[in-house]
Every structure is written in structure tokens, then in C-alpha cells.
Design a binder for this molecule. Structure first.
Ligand SMILES: Cc1cc2nc3c(=O)[nH]c(=O)nc-3n(C[C@H](O)[C@H](O)[C@H](O)COP(=O)(O)O)c2cc1C
Length: 179
């Protein structure tokens, strides 16, 4: 009988692992956050959802006008329309990635978190930046997902984003995502 229970638990444990799926949801305007997302995917085998604005020309091509528009959106609480959010029901862990914009998350990520239901899931923030570090990005993501569990995030300098595999893997190990 004892052996039967042990076998049953072993089967359930394997089934539990197979069911536990991870998603990396991120927005990236100029590729830095995408580079970090790709390294997380390489380390974890997670699925990917790249958040895009529904209108590909929503932001100007130039950096400076984009900062002006982004600041206005953040100040006015404007949520740009985004592409279709995948069905999240099968995921129990969701990485949420964003560039730091004016100290907080990029507006399309705010749209995602406002429209997606991440209740009961584990949310792990990551961001790229050019000097602000995490700013209030991680706390703002946590505030928009009050019914989720949160693990410590990471902030990577944009210019180093393509060469941060060791840092990213060390962080993933520290928070218990990889061994
Ligand atoms: C609209 C806008 C606002 C930004 N605001 C900040 C900021 O407040 N602090 C900072 O360190 N970097 C800021 N940056 C720089 C980006 O966070 C950085 O370049 C980031 O790596 C870009 O990521 P991406 O290539 O994934 O879009 C800003 C960039 C843009 C376009």
C-alpha cells in the first residue's frame, strides 16, 4: 500500500511539473527588453507573448517625440490599445518585461496588466533602463497585480542587455526558477 501511494505521488508530481507553464510577456520598443526576454526564454523554455501596440505607428519612429508622447500618456493615464492577449489560464508563472519609461513601466505594459487576469499566478518583473535602474517599475507592476504572488525582479542596463546571460541566470537561480 505504501509503495502504491509513493508511486501515485511520483506520478502526480511529474504531472504537476508538466502542467506548470511559464510565460514571458514583454514590450520592447528598441530591442533591449526583447534581448533580456530571449535570454529568460533560453534559460527556462517559457512561452512568449510580445506585447505590441495595435497600431504599429502608435509611437513615432524617433526617440525624442516618443518620450514626449509617453510622458503625456503616463501623466494622463492613457492606455494604448495592444495586440491580442493570449489565453493565460494555463500559465502559473508570468514574467512581465518592460523598458523603464519615465521611471515606470511602458504604457503598453500597463494596458496588458490592466486587461489581463494574473490573479493567483506568480508574477516576476524585469526591465531595462539607461540609468534609473528599476525605478518604480517593479512596485508599479506589483500594484497592478494585487492578487498575484511576486518574486524579486531584475533591472538590466539597456546597453548591456544583449550580454547579460550570466547575470540573468544568476537571478533566475536566486529566485528558484532554474537550478
Ligand atoms: C519614452 C521613453 C522613456 C524613457 N525613460 C527612461 C527613464 O525614466 N529612465 C531610464 O533609465 N531610461 C529611460 N528610457 C530609456 C529606456 O528605458 C532604455 O533605453 C531601454 O533599454 C529601452 O528598452 P527597449 O529597447 O526594450 O525599448 C526611456 C526611453 C523611452 C523611449
Amino acid at each position: 500500500m505504501k509503495k502504491l501511494f509513493a508511486a501515485l505521488f511520483a506520478v502526480l508530481a511529474v504531472a504537476g511539473t508538466a502542467d506548470a507553464k511559464t510565460l514571458v510577456a514583454y514590450y520592447s520598443r528598441s530591442g533591449n527588453t526583447a534581448a533580456v526576454a530571449n535570454q529568460i526564454v533560453a534559460a527556462t523554455g517559457a512561452d512568449v507573448y510580445r506585447i505590441e501596440t495595435a497600431d504599429p505607428n502608435h509611437y513615432p519612429a524617433e526617440y525624442q517625440p516618443t518620450t514626449v508622447q509617453a510622458q503625456q500618456e503616463i501623466n494622463d493615464g492613457i492606455l494604448p490599445e495592444i495586440n491580442t492577449i493570449p489565453d493565460l489560464i494555463e500559465y502559473d508563472t508570468v514574467f512581465v518585461g518592460t523598458p523603464c519609461w519615465w521611471g515606470t513601466m511602458a504604457s503598453p505594459v500597463r494596458t496588458f496588466l490592466t486587461n489581463a487576469d494574473l490573479a493567483g499566478k506568480t508574477v516576476i518583473p524585469f526591465n531595462t533602463h539607461e540609468g534609473s535602474g528599476a525605478g518604480s517599475v517593479h512596485t508599479d507592476i506589483a500594484a497592478l497585480t494585487p492578487n498575484s504572488e511576486h518574486l524579486n525582479g531584475i533591472a538590466i542596463r539597456g546597453s548591456a542587455s544583449a550580454n547579460s546571460t550570466d547575470t540573468i541566470n544568476a537571478w533566475l537561480t536566486e529566485i528558484g526558477i532554474i537550478e
